[in-house]
Design a protein around this ligand. Structure first.
Ligand code: NAP
Length: 255
């Protein structure tokens, strides 16, 4: 198989959370461009992504779930639904995430719990459910969407820093257990990308220009900037990559 063939995903099925907009949409479309069918977990929207995926000739199955309140049983059912609709599960992308900004001195327990639930707990239990299928298949690819706040503290986002730092730890912990089973667990740490998640930062002229001034690439990221790393980590080209947290950040962390 040539190196370019190793990137091909025809006949494979990817489950992507937060599939309807932002990074999840770009990652799902990137995986579909490489050949994968998509099971998309969404909360409020999926239609635009479905249109883009099916236009590529790939199948798209929407699965609705509110990850803020989902039980571990419901998370396992999502994996069952994907497998029964599309026949198998090769790739899981834990992308859904929320950020709730408040100074730490005033941070509420409800906001803390919500961010940890959506960004960390759901990612772990979806990984567990997916791995139970992947173990039987003898291979699988799990991609966590981490953050620069897997390494840094950020400002007014203590729960998000906790969740994303935790997700980096979970990535390494799962890789240690599952690499020998043929499952690759890795994370992508996006930099500052133009999505709804960063709308408040983009709208704040001071924060926006101070962020831009630190990005060596000289621009904010766009969701499509994530496609290459996603397809790489989902494909046979990354078979010897385990437990890595790979930055796609315009050079931010190297600064
Ligand atoms: P976004 O545009 O705000 O999208 C958030 C996604 O999460 C949406 O697809 C949303 O689903 C889903 N989601 C939120 N709450 C949910 C819930 N309760 N149940 C189910 N799904 C829920 O943000 P984004 O920038 O694309 O973020 C995607 C991931 O990248 C997040 O994990 C974020 O932390 C991470 N990230 C983003 C950046 C950045 O600069 N943008 C940087 C580093 C990491 P619906 O659309 O259906 O509501």
């Amino acid at each position: 198989m040539t190196i370019l063939d190793q990137f091909r995903l025809e006949g494979q099925v990817a489950l992507v959370t937060g599939v309807g907009r932002g990074l999840g949409q770009a990652m799902a479309v990137g995986l579909a461009e490489a050949g994968a069918d998509i099971a998309g977990v969404y909360h409020t929207r999926y239609e635009d992504t479905e249109t883009q995926v099916t236009a590529l000739g790939r199948r798209f199955v929407p699965i609705q779930l509110d990850l803020r309140s989902a039980s571990t049983e419901q998370l396992a059912q999502v994996v069952d639904q994907a497998v029964s609709a599309l026949g198998r599960l090769d790739i899981l992308v834990n992308n859904a995430g929320i950020v709730l900004r408040t100074p730490a001195i005033d941070y509420s327990e409800a906001d803390w719990d919500a961010v940890l639930q959506v960004n960390l707990k759901s990612a772990f239990f979806l990984s567990q459910a997916a791995a139970r299928v992947m173990v039987k298949q003898g291979r699988g690819k799990i991609i966590q969407v981490a953050s620069l706040l897997s390494f840094q503290g950020g400002i007014y986002v203590p729960s998000y820093a906790a969740a994303k730092s935790g997700l980096a730890g979970v990535t390494k912990a799962l890789a240690n257990e599952w690499a020998a089973l043929g499952i690759n667990v890795n994370a992508i740490a996006p930099g500052y990308v133009r999505t709804d998640n960063t709308a408040a930062l983009q709208a704040d002229p001071e924060r926006s220009s101070s962020i831009l001034s630190r990005i060596p690439a000289g621009r904010w990221g766009e969701p499509d900037d994530l496609k290459g790393m996603t397809v790489f980590l989902a494909s046979a080209a990354s078979d010897y990559v385990h437990g890595a947290i790979l930055n796609v950040d315009g050079g931010w962390m190297g600064r």
